[in-house]
Design a protein around this ligand. Structure first.
Ligand code: GAR
Length: 201
């Protein structure tokens, strides 16, 4: 059984896609053991509670030093027994210490075809605003391993999505979620649970 900890900051629709996939039996051999948010009012926490998944809120500002914050994050995930850390709209930059603690065992979903529209400052709607202002005709989503850079780790899976005339950032974001993100994330987790996508020890 692959045990996963899902890290969130907001609405948690990607978390919901994983919950639905597990509960419907489409995603097998996987258990969500923890939902961890940096925001106490993240709706993702409500989703976790509704589905009986242990959840916790850990905020950087509640710790005296960055090292104390890292320790709290690492301890919470280790105590959950998670084998894999899934960043699903987690909008906090992770430290080198954290990344090292779970080397090649952290994946992230990003709402563009990396290397386009990624890196510092590209998150959420901003990604889609940038894609529309550049005038790309195709965008999409990427799931990748997390290394110490921002969106620089090895790419695992990508899915393209058409940009349409008249798209707003909100409309494009929704299409990228529906056609790419909510399918990609469960698909990658299935690949890891099945041992087809190797993760770190
Ligand atoms: C998703 O579109 C995710 O790809 C993006 O934030 C959104 C979270 O939505 N992540 C990033 O931009 C990371 N750089 P959700 O909370 O509804 O899953």
């Amino acid at each position: 059984m692959l045990k996963i900890a899902v890290l969130v900051s907001g609405g948690g629709t990607n978390l919901q896609a994983v919950i639905d996939a597990v509960e419907s039996g489409k995603l097998t051999g996987t258990q969500i053991v923890l939902v961890l948010s940096n925001k106490p009012d993240a709706y993702a926490l409500t989703r976790a509670k509704e589905h009986g998944i242990p959840s916790v809120c850990i905020r950087k500002k509640d710790y005296d030093t960055p090292a104390d914050y890292d320790r709290a994050m690492i301890d919470a995930i280790r105590e959950s027994g998670a084998d894999l850390v899934v960043l699903a709209g987690f909008l906090v930059v992770l430290s080198e210490t954290f990344v090292q603690a779970f080397a090649r065992r952290i994946i992230n979903i990003h709402p563009s075809l990396i290397p386009s529209f990624c890196g510092d400052g590209f998150y959420g709607l901003k990604v889609h605003e940038a894609a529309l202002s550049r005038g790309v005709k195709v965008t999409g989503a990427t799931v990748h391993f997390v290394d110490s850079g921002t969106d620089t780790g090895p790419i695992i899976m990508q899915k393209a999505v058409e940009v349409r005339e008249g798209d707003t950032p909100e409309i494009l974001q929704r299409r990228v979620m529906e056609e790419a993100e909510w399918k990609l994330l469960p698909a990658v987790i299935q690949g890891i649970a099945d041992g087809e996508i190797p993760i770190g020890n």
